[in-house]
Design a protein. Structure first.
Length: 648
């Protein structure tokens, strides 16, 4: 009997090295987006001379940052001259709110736990967003870091310590842990402490001196804890807790040769929010979001004394929020979304004759996206219903309005790297609780502040194996009517809020980004942004008719160069703000000189115990320029910052 058998294969098995194909989804989404988008990702944020989100926002075009100076100074943003109340700020997809004054202090949000910061003009066009995302003239999206386990370890840790000028001490850490194969946790904490004392030049007529900024100290703590779940490819969820606690001095304006102020401010901000997303099938998914926020503010002014003692105002805001989004794909190229939000805001205070307002808002947004190879189109309409009650005066008010928008992105030539875009958006902002009810100032008859925007622009992207180039530019026109302004009443100590203002803005924004890898380990990235804004007062019978509105420069811009060679990184940035006026009247006494800053930083990374350690040094305002962003609020001169980071 003979047996036939296959001969043994003598070819040895070979393990192929994993090949990873990288595709920059963020860059592609920006390119095809109907709305102008500017983005700074985690790597860029880490290399910029920035301590918080407000510092990073400066590098976007079309942005004016109101900075009152120092590490702890209040920092709010004004985009396209519309006012900070027209900008929605979203943290991990849920809006940050302040019903009291409508402003979000971006200085509270650290970059140590931030993965991406994006600015959308008009609105973000993703159909998984809540109705609130359609309710602002422009939006800032903050995306926090999430656990990313690329190896067999079940945990990751990151410890950073920063110190430098003005007595800065800034330790932070984060810890990621894989609880189960489908559930991960992240904890992030940070402390910021600084005395805020810096020298500045002061001139008043013949009086010229070098003074030291006082009462600009801060001590703050931040804690974030989050759970992330991905039970299946169709289901994802997250739950986040955030707490911020601070005490700071308010240094005040430098006027009449006075350099010290005693006012103090305490903040406690906490929220818990969550998101659940379920893709039922290829044609339908829904998203549910919820949030509870509790914000406490205390303001003490020892210079104001009454029979009850010194001024000691305390405010407490509460916010209850829920949202559901349903999205259906009717055709491969056609999606429809209906988002419904329900929100309640309350404000308590220890003020005399306080109104104790409660605002209930219901927002419904119907949006339709059409996606073709060379055309993206979004049509949306937002319905806003507001019911407001005031306990102290036993009154109530209702408000209803529809707000449409149209956004389009077009590829004019087949296989071209050029895309054209444009949008029209009509939106408004409700008067804040301070506008309506602040004692002796508020006006309960205020109407919402309305805005209309028209934008036309283009983007061009071209990439090769070792290089990338992008340019985008937009021209726009904005009309704001029923602008809410403060005007003096019977005397200069008793002001009131009125719908008096009309503002017309014509602008141009240009952004260029390029990166090149010259050798295997040497790369250079450059970014250039320029903004031209003519924002004039067109209020009928106004004494300042035709004048540029306060703090808006005609010209502004920034330039950044980032280089890397092996373990070394070197970064340079330049920020310029042109001349502007501090008041409505464009006269010599209100004129503010242009200002600019040069910033440098360098980093070096090495291995210790098989883990990376990065050390860095920063020099901010290299030429020690003396300048004010807000008149009589001097900014710091040359300063230094040192960083050490250890990843485990």
């Amino acid at each position: 009997m003979s047996v036939l058998a296959q001969e043994q294969d003598t070819v040895a098995a070979t393990s192929l090295k994993e090949v990873v194909l990288k595709y920059n989804i963020t860059q592609h989404k920006k390119h095809v987006s109907p709305a102008p988008v500017q983005t700074l990702d985690g790597g860029t944020l880490a290399r910029l001379n920035s301590l918080n989100v407000a510092d990073a926002i400066r590098y976007f075009s079309g942005v004016q940052l109101k900075d009152y100076g120092g590490v702890g100074g209040l920092k709010t943003v004004n985009i396209r001259s519309m006012g900070s109340q027209h900008t929605g700020v979203f943290y991990d997809g849920v809006k940050l709110g302040n019903a009291q004054n409508g402003q979000v202090d971006l200085g509270k949000y650290s970059l140590n736990n931030m993965e991406q910061v994006s600015l959308y003009q008009g609105q973000r066009t993703d159909l998984d967003q809540s109705a609130n995302a359609y309710a602002s003239a422009n939006s800032i999206y903050l995306k926090s870091k999430t656990p990313d386990f690329n190896n067999e370890k079940a945990y990751q840790a990151d410890v950073t310590f920063k110190t430098g000028s003005f007595g800065l001490i800034n330790p932070s850490f984060s810890f990621d842990y894989n609880l189960t194969p489908k559930i991960a946790a992240r904890v992030s904490a940070e402390m910021v402490s600084a005395d805020g004392e810096y020298k500045f030049q002061y001139t008043n007529g013949t009086y010229d001196t070098t003074a030291v900024r006082k009462n600009a100290d801060i001590k703050s703590y931040r804690v974030e804890a989050a759970l992330y779940g991905n039970p299946s490819k169709k289901i994802s969820w997250n739950l986040k807790y955030y707490h911020f606690d601070s005490e700071r001095g308010l240094p005040g304006a430098i006027v009449a040769n006075r350099f010290e102020r005693p006012q103090r401010l305490w903040d406690k901000n906490s929220f818990i929010q969550g998101e659940f997303k379920y893709e039922v099938n290829d044609s339908y998914f829904f998203v549910v979001r919820g949030k509870y926020a509790d914000d406490y503010t205390r303001y003490v002014d020892p210079e104001i004394v009454s029979l009850d003692g010194i001024l000691d105002n305390r405010y407490n805001q509460k916010k209850y929020y829920t949202s559901i989004v349903n999205t259906v794909k009717l055709k491969p190229f056609w999606e429809v979304s209906l988002a419904s939000d329900f929100e309640e805001n309350t404000l308590d205070a220890n003020l005399y004759r306080f109104a104790y307002p409660k605002r209930f808002s219901m927002l419904n947004a119907l949006a339709s996206n059409f996606h073709f190879k060379r055309l993206n189109l979004q049509l949306s309409v937002l319905s806003t219903t507001v019911n407001e009650t005031v306990q102290a005066y036993d009154s109530a008010d209702d408000f209803q309005k529809f707000s449409p928008s149209v956004l389009i992105n077009l590829q004019p030539f087949q296989n071209s790297d050029l895309r054209l875009r444009g949008f029209y958006k009509n939106i408004f902002r409700m008067p804040t609780f301070n506008d309506l009810y602040y004692t002796f100032v508020g006006n309960t008859f205020l109407r919402p502040e309305n805005s209309e925007q028209i934008d036309f622009g283009f983007s061009y992207q071209h990439s090769k194996q070792k290089s990338f180039f992008e340019i985008q530019a937009d021209v726009y026109k904005i009309w704001i009517t029923d602008k809410i302004v403060a005007v003096p009443g019977a005397n200069l100590f008793r002001w009131t809020m009125l719908n008096l203002g009309e503002v017309e803005t014509t602008g141009l924004e240009v952004g260029i980004k390029s990166s090149v890898t010259f050798y295997k380990d040497f790369n250079v990235t450059g970014m250039l942004n320029y903004t031209y804004q003519e924002s004039i007062d067109v209020t009928a019978n106004s004494n300042s008719y035709g004048d540029q509105i306060p703090y808006i420069p005609l010209h502004s811009g920034s330039a950044t160069v980032m280089t890397g060679y092996k373990a070394f990184q070197f970064n340079y940035s330049f920020i310029y703000t042109g001349s502007r006026y501090s008041q409505k009247a464009n006269i010599a006494s209100n004129y503010l000189e242009p200002w600019y800053t040069h910033d440098l930083s360098a980093n070096y990374t090495f291995q210790e115990l098989k883990n990376p350690i990065q050390i860095g040094v920063e020099v901010n305002n290299l030429l020690d320029q003396q300048y004010d962003v807000i008149k009589n609020f001097p900014m710091p001169g040359r300063s230094y910052r040192f960083t050490i980071n250890y990843k485990l």
